[in-house]
Write a protein that binds this ligand. Structure first.
Ligand code: NAD
Ligand code: TDX
Length: 331
């Protein structure tokens, strides 16, 4: 297939392009605005005859029109993705995540193209810490932050366009991703690179908030399975049974990097901080035969630590400014 991948210079999108071109044999056009979160280096070493890069905003309908017209399917990763940023400055989250998705939907409608929308488990809000409940495709939407509200709004647009205009669309809601090429503002890369810099990891609040971690390659293999075998109009939840408290994750990183597991600081909590996310991915596993390749978080974490050790030139340019911003917020 000829895929149009929005946000393909970001964390998950760039890893998707590597997998889509390498393992799945697709050709790809990336459309990306190159915000602070993008890194052109993430798309290095890809075959030039199979990957094309176009710098553009998904809200620029005139420019993106031509790209949608010539593809077989749009895989939509582009978004403002960081909760902390959405609390400080929410406007661009509405513009890119809601209006940007609207612009793509209108083009996909015009050209009758297959559309896959990448979303998050955060649209379902949060769960109690000590409960057996996990999110399913039937869980009602209850977003907490400006980021998750903007993602929930974009999901609703996709659902409405699918029902009203018969769009050939699918949605996936995935849990927290980790792996190579993730911006150092996010939890796991921030802590790894802090330790590499001789700084102590920084844990928000009590550190008991729980996330359901999945390796980025497993998220992307699920997206490819949905593109190939998913039923139009359906929502698929993607997760790898990787529930851990933030404190457990920090302790694992510290021990893996040869430090004492208590060498971290507790810092100011995130306003409205979601307590716990947990995904029940049984529909995706049973219907699509999807199986994660990293069922053991510690294996993927070790590989991720090695990647940051070996790729300092990739993350170093963003590190100082990211930390300056966090420190100004008491984090
Ligand atoms: P990211 O911030 O690393 O990358 C986002 C990319 O989108 C960047 O390359 C950026 O330049 C691009 N972009 C932003 N605004 C744009 C615009 N207006 N036009 C064109 N390009 C634009 O994000 P990520 O972590 O890779 O997340 C990708 C998608 O996956 C998002 O939709 C996010 O909501 C979703 N998601 C992320 C996670 C996670 O754990 N990171 C989990 C579930 C779902
Ligand atoms: O320094 C930190 N210390 C800390 O304790 C940072 C940056 C985060 N945290 C906590 C906050 C969260 O409980 O770690 C957890 C993970 O934080 P983030 O990496 O900011 O991720 P989260 O807010 O859970 O959202 C992520 O997963 C869902 C992605 O950023 C979203 O794009 C995705 O939709």
């Amino acid at each position: 297939m000829r895929l149009l991948v929005t946000g393909g210079a970001g964390f998950i999108g760039s890893n998707f392009v590597h997998q889509a071109v390498g393992r799945a044999g697709h050709t790809v056009t990336v459309v990306d605005k190159l915000t602070y979160a993008a890194n052109r280096e993430s798309l290095a070493d890809l075959p030039e005859d199979r990957v094309r890069f176009v710098e553009a905003d998904i809200c620029d309908r005139h420019l993106v029109d031509l790209l949608v017209a010539e593809c077989d399917a749009v895989v939509h990763f582009a978004a403002e993705s960081h909760n902390d940023n959405s609390i400080d400055d929410p406007e661009v989250f509405v513009t890119t995540n809601v209006v940007g998705t609207f612009c793509l939907l209108e083009l996909v409608r015009r050209y009758h193209k297959r559309f896959h929308h990448i979303s998050t488990d955060e649209v379902y809000g949060d769960l109690e810490l000590d409960s057996p409940i996990r999110f399913t495709p039937q869980t009602p939407y209850k977003p907490s932050s400006p980021y998750s509200a903007s993602k929930a709004a974009s999901d609703m647009l996709v659902r409405a366009w699918t029902r009203t205009y018969g769009l050939k669309a699918t949605i996936s809601n995935c849990s927290n991703n980790y792996g190579p090429r993730q911006h150092v503002e996010k939890f796991i890369p921030r802590q790894i690179t802090n330790i590499l810099d001789g700084q102590r990891p920084r844990l928000y609040g009590t550190g008991l908030n729980t996330r359901d971690w999945i390796h980025v390659d497993d998220h992307n293999s699920a997206v490819l399975a949905i593109l190939q075998r998913g039923r139009v109009g359906e929502t698929y939840l993607v997760g790898a049974d990787g529930e851990l408290t933030n404190r457990q994750v920090i302790e694992m990183i510290l021990v893996e990097m040869g430090r004492s597991p208590d060498e971290y600081d507790l810092v100011r909590d995130r306003p409205g901080h979601d307590l716990r996310y947990a995904i029940d991915a049984s529909k995706t596993r049973n219907e699509l035969g999807w199986v994660p390749a990293y069922p053991d978080f510690s294996v993927g974490l070790r590989a991720t630590i090695d990647w940051y050790r070996q790729n300092e030139s990739w993350w170093r340019p963003q590190k100082a400014a990211t930390e300056t911003k966090y420190r100004a917020n008491g984090q």
